[in-house]
Design a protein around this ligand. Sequence first.
Ligand code: HEM
Length: 53
Amino acid sequence: MLATHKGMNISEQEYLAVMDDILGALKKNEIDAGTCNEVTAVLYSLKGQIIRV
Ligand code: HEM
């Protein structure tokens, strides 16, 4: 994840926009709340490998 996003200068706002899109897609597809929370936690844990790396 770090190697992929390195040098892209991704802002916190851009990261959050992707989070929103992913969670929106989960909701639209009626994925259960527990799974949505789990996915949110995984995405959040990757933050440091994506933003301004
Ligand atoms: C929650 C946030 C994000 C997640 C979980 C995520 C995850 C990923 C994953 C899994 C890949 C594929 C990696 C691979 O092929 O090995 C990828 C590629 C990519 N991501 Fe992200 N990403 C996120 C945010 C962003 C943002 C905000 C941008 C730009 C504004 C971005 C730009 C890209 C680009 C351009 C690629 C393609 C790189 C390539 O194939 O050369 N990502 N991302």
